[in-house]
Design a protein around this ligand. Structure first.
Ligand code: HEM
Length: 374
């Protein structure tokens, strides 16, 4: 299988990787204004953080893009859900303490892995593939490419491989020395967004990182592929969560019956899963939005975007009509998300294995201490 179509900002990189991404152009802006969705604003990717660049590994590891793309494509041959899972890893990594691969760390006596915080436990996946990509990179360019950058490239390639549009990635992130378990487990706006809350709570979660409601609706388009456990789907029907008691959300009755039936026999609601997109479950497209218009949202928070009071109904409809508009806005949103709080320079380290902080005696740590005193 060939690598996914990758999209880059610079002429050189564009020649190497394919087409050019549509930025937040006047055309996009005009469309958004014409759509009469009220509070719509054009998405602007945040400025590139100092120390990151597209050609960061041009000398030290020019193979990095091909190796990550091949790893994602190979993994997807036997796991069609993988691209969705890798995109979610990127989101949950960046949302908590910045894009520093803290989510990749496993439990030790001193590290409480984020993988076991409630939003991730029993559901976050794809680390076997990320670890395999890292192992290949350690053979080809030892002690050079961070796990945080691998996660970043893998998410972009995943979207492109599943049929979406890529975007330019800047690189040079370094890996954290610890995990951020407490923040991952937080129920507040500093934590990961919950599927059981009202629209304003979801908006507040994104506002905490300076993402607008528009950007929230756009990035939620990620639920156009992937799966959700019964554990996060059925509570909206059974009112077992107090905050859902006032749920006035609508859902297509056939879909409700189907989800309830599918989940009814689950001896463990963590093990039985449902497609997030009822139309094209493995493709990155705009069907998520057309589904919401038809009241086919699987998560309570998904349907909220169209049905709740104060919802961005017009934007949902617009994205459902104009896939290209969704794709370019999504690319902008992902660039902004991937720019969250990177470690650069001598901060953190380049891990040798993504699941572990380097032993303090390793070459990397010694070299970094020398660099630090210069
Ligand atoms: C708007 C607030 C969001 C909420 C409440 C939310 C919640 C969830 C939940 C509950 C699941 C199912 C996982 C499980 O079974 O436990 C899920 C899956 C997923 N989420 Fe989100 N999410 C949100 C935003 C995002 C964003 C911004 C992205 C990416 C940029 C994203 C990407 C995904 C993907 C791709 C999956 C499927 C993963 C797989 O199949 O392995 N989500 N999300």
């Amino acid at each position: 299988m060939g690598g996914p179509k990758v999209i880059s900002r610079t002429a050189t990189a564009a020649a190497a990787h394919g087409a050019v991404v549509a930025r937040c152009s006047w055309g996009v802006l005009v469309l958004l204004l014409l759509s009469a969705v009220g509070t719509v604003q054009c998405l602007h990717s945040s400025a590139t953080p100092a120390g990151l660049s597209e050609d960061f590994y041009a000398e030290s590891c020019p193979e990095v893009f091909d190796i990550v793309a091949a790893g994602v494509a190979l993994g997807t041959l036997t796991d069609i859900r993988l691209p969705a899972s890798l995109l979610r890893v990127n989101f949950h990594d960046c949302w908590i303490g910045g894009c520093d691969a803290s989510l990749s760390l496993d439990n030790t006596t001193t590290i409480f892995s984020e993988k076991f915080a409630a939003p991730n436990n029993n559901s976050i996946r794809g680390f076997n593939v990320l670890d395999a990509i890292k192992a290949t990179l350690e053979t080809v360019c030892p002690q050079t490419v961070s796990c945080a950058d691998i996660v970043t490239i893998a998410a972009r390639d995943s979207v492109a491989l599943a049929g979406g549009q890529g975007w330019p990635v800047v690189l040079g992130r370094r890996d954290s020395l610890t995990s951020h378990f407490n923040q991952s487990a937080s129920n507040g706006p500093d934590g990961l967004p919950s599927p059981f809350v009202n629209l304003s709570t979801t908006i507040a979660n994104f506002a905490f990182r300076n993402f607008s409601a528009t950007e929230m609706v756009t990035l939620s388009g990620s639920h156009t592929f992937g799966r959700a456990r019964c554990a996060v789907v059925t509570p909206r029907f059974t009112n077992t969560k107090p905050f859902l008691l006032n749920d006035t959300n609508v859902i297509d009755p056939k879909l409700k019956a189907q989800l309830l039936k599918h989940c009814a026999n689950a001896s463990d609601p963590n093990l039985v899963i449902n497609n997030l997109d009822q139309t094209t479950p493995n493709t990155f497209d705009n069907k998520y939005y057309t589904n919401l218009v038809k009241e086919l949202g699987v998560l309570h928070t998904d349907q909220n975007l169209f049905s709740a009071q104060g919802a961005n109904t017009g934007l949902v409809k617009l994205y459902g009509q104009k896939q290209n508009l969704f794709f370019s806005a999504f690319a902008e949103g992902m660039i902004k998300m991937q720019n969250l709080g990177p470690l650069t320079g001598t901060q953190g380290q380049i891990r040798l294995q993504c699941g572990k902080v380097n032993p303090s005696s390793s070459w990397t740590s010694s070299a970094e201490s020398l660099l630090a005193v210069e």
